[in-house]
Every structure is written in C-alpha cells, then in structure tokens.
Design a protein around this ligand. Structure first.
Ligand code: TYC
Length: 118
C-alpha cells in the first residue's frame, strides 16, 4: 500500500499596494502526489583482520539483527566478500554507515561499510 501525503502550498494574494508591496501567502493549491523515497542498500565488506565477534556485534547493535541473523550475515560476508546489512531510506542508510565506520575506527579495525542504490 502506498502512502500519499497532502501538501497545502501558499499562493500569492492580490497585491493591493496597501502592505508596501509585500506578498502574503494564502493556502490555495493542494498537491496529492508524492514520490516514494528511494531505498539504499547498506553493504559490509570482508577483510582479513576484523574479528568475527566484532562484526556480529555491529550487526546486532546498529542493524538490530538477532544473534542468529547477525552470525549468518557475517559468515556470508566472510565467505563471499560482501553482504547486505539492510535496505533503508538514504538518511537512515547514511547514518548507519557512519556509525559502523566510527565504531570500526574507534576499535582500530579495518572494517568497511558502504551504501548503494537498491
Ligand atoms: N574475515 C574476517 C575474519 O576472518 C571476519 C569478517 C567478516 C570481517 C565480515 C569483516 O565484514 C566482515 N576475522
């Protein structure tokens, strides 16, 4: 089901000259169509140094995975080189990538995380 929002935008009033030429808004137009936000895939890259437990803790703490899901994703990345942590709107995806990169940097692990359009 697609959610639609209604925007009411301000249109100009007739300029009577009484307010010194300032345009004042009157709600006149109603727009019903909005575009669905594009979705972004957050990817985790494999490397030879980041401990498996650290990757699992990232997947649980940042991507809200269960211990079983996190282990499965981590092993998939470990074996195939790259894997999906989740698909989100741009701002959420961007925030999660930044959180992963920050945690990895603080722990001095070379773990890499990126996003791509889904
Ligand atoms: N390959 C790492 C190791 O053997 C584990 C690992 C898994 C690292 C997933 C990064 O995204 C990653 N310790």
């Amino acid at each position: 089901m697609e959610t639609r929002f209604t925007y009411i935008t301000a249109g100009p009033d007739k300029d009577t000259g009484e307010d010194g030429g300032e345009e004042r808004g009157v709600a006149t137009k109603i727009r019903t169509k909005t575009k669905k936000p594009s979705m972004w895939r957050v990817l985790l890259m494999n490397d030879d140094y980041t401990p498996m437990e650290f990757v699992v803790s990232i997947l649980m703490g940042i991507f809200n995975k269960t211990s079983e899901e996190a282990t499965q994703i981590m092993l998939n990345v470990h074996q195939s080189g790259v894997g999906t942590c989740g698909v989100y709107t741009f701002e959420v995806a961007e925030t999660k990538v930044a959180q992963v990169m920050d945690s990895a940097k603080r722990a001095q692990h070379p773990l890499q995380c990126t996003l791509e359009k889904a």
